[in-house]
Design a protein around this ligand. Structure first.
Ligand SMILES: Cc1ncc(C[n+]2csc(CCOP(=O)(O)OP(=O)(O)O)c2C)c(N)n1
Ligand SMILES: [Mg+2]
Length: 390
């Protein structure tokens, strides 16, 4: 997709977003829209040229085309149904643990759609955490491969059945292994960004992580190394602020007013977005990526969003009714605009329900990893990692 270059608008957008950073994450967008109205309006100008659609107006959707809106909706449903399938698999006793990205679809899907996908330094690198399913679904992850991972099957392409749910790894898409220790990805991301800077192919490195994890030194190190004057790195540094670190509330843990303010101390361009709105996410990420590819410098996005099934299976993995459901909101907006009918939506949900159910049945019959395979893929190119054979 072509990207409109409009740096003056880009600058205005950033100002407007920063001004409106008080947008409350718990408010439905119908209530919160007042405070972020300006952002959407200005951003619409930037993309109007590239996303004109025939038929009904897409003004209320920042000018994004109907085709793109429906694609985002489809991917969001697929990702949600997949996560709910993973939870059912855990609750049925077919898996030991669930953690995932239910509730982060309005952030992850637009991000995945905007990635320059491929292998090697000419393409974008992704250093995700354990809530990355929506991004990978948008990049082409199949449901069955995610199910193979949570059910610890040898057929799992990410880890051969040796890691938790949502701990993906796809070398063919530059997706680095997700690690359970939080925040280490912020350091690892510097490495691929350094390589990309050397190659100068306008590719960038994306790193994601949670709000509580920003208390780790790795986060501060990332800001320092990404922003050295004259040696800035092409990175989209992001934080998904769901206001929780397992059971610790965000409130009372931070001296800064916004996590994004910490990037400002390093002269890193930064903004706060309502990432429960896929349109706002798409426009913001598109704009920040364009800035990074053009300047080779980092940008920081704090994405405020919901945590819809609690932290993980360790906290029950039950649906949380008190937070905004980004998918329900987006779907209602598409109904109201006449872009989607209830019958069409029902078909989409049912199609993915069936795909997930069938995949679970199939994966039940697939083999678990053998004891000998424990040494596989420990080092690059499968160099011998068995200490008994050194
Ligand atoms: C280094 C390290 N410390 C602690 C943990 C335990 N732990 C796992 S998730 C988590 C909370 C992370 O919260 P946040 O960064 O906000 O991400 P969220 O889960 O809310 O998306 C913690 C403390 C860990 N995995 N790694
Ligand atoms: Mg959190």
């Amino acid at each position: 997709m072509a990207i409109t270059k409009n740096t003056s608008n880009a600058k205005n957008n950033v100002k407007n977003v920063v001004k409106n950073k008080g947008a409350k994450k718990l408010l439905p967008s119908s209530v919160a829209s007042k405070s972020k109205g300006k952002v959407v309006k200005t951003a619409a100008k930037t993309t109007a040229k590239i996303t004109k659609t025939s038929g009904k107006s897409t003004d209320a959707f920042g000018g994004l085309s109907k085709q793109l809106l429906l694609q985002m909706h489809d991917m969001m449903v697929k990702s949600r149904v997949l996560e709910e399938r993973l939870i059912k698999i855990y609750k049925a006793g077919d898996a030991y643990f669930w953690i995932g990205g239910a509730g982060e679809e309005a952030w992850g899907v637009p991000l995945g759609l905007l990635i320059n996908k491929g292998q090697g330094p000419a393409h974008d690198f992704l250093h995700l955490h354990y809530r990355g399913t929506p991004t990978l679904v948008a990049m082409g992850l199949s449901m069955i491969d995610s199910i193979r991972l949570i059910m610890n099957r040898a057929t799992d392409p990410s880890t051969g059945g040796r890691n938790f749910s949502n701990h993906y790894c796809f070398p063919k898409w530059n997706v680095a292994p997700v690690s359970s220790p939080i925040e280490v990805q912020y350091i690892q991301a510097l490495g691929t960004a350094h390589v990309q800077k050397r190659h100068q192919k306008k590719a960038l490195t994306v790193v994601t992580g949670g709000d509580a994890g920003t208390a780790e030194g790795d986060f501060a190190s990332c800001l320092i190394w990404a922003s050295r004057k004259g040696n800035e790195l092409p990175m989209l540094i992001t934080v998904q602020n769901n206001y929780w670190g397992i059971s610790t509330s965000y409130e009372g843990q931070h001296g800064e007013s916004q996590i994004a303010d910490r990037a400002k101390a390093f002269n890193i361009r930064s903004r706060v977005i309502n990432a429960n709105d896929p349109v706002e996410t798409y426009l913001a990420v598109q704009e920040e990526m364009e800035y990074i590819r053009r300047t080779g410098k980092p940008s920081f996005v704090e994405a405020k969003l919901s945590r819809l099934y609690g932290h993980s299976s360790a906290s029950g993995a039950n649906f949380v009714t008190t937070e905004v459901d980004c998918l329900k909101e987006f779907e209602n907006k598409l109904f109201a605009a006449g872009f989607l009918t209830k019958a069409e939506a029902k078909n989409i949900w049912e199609k993915y329900e069936k795909e997930g159910f069938d995949a679970q049945q199939q994966v039940r019959s697939e083999p678990v990893p053998t004891a000998e395979s424990i040494w596989d893929n420990v080092f690059a190119n499968n160099e011998n990692a068995d200490w008994r054979k050194f």
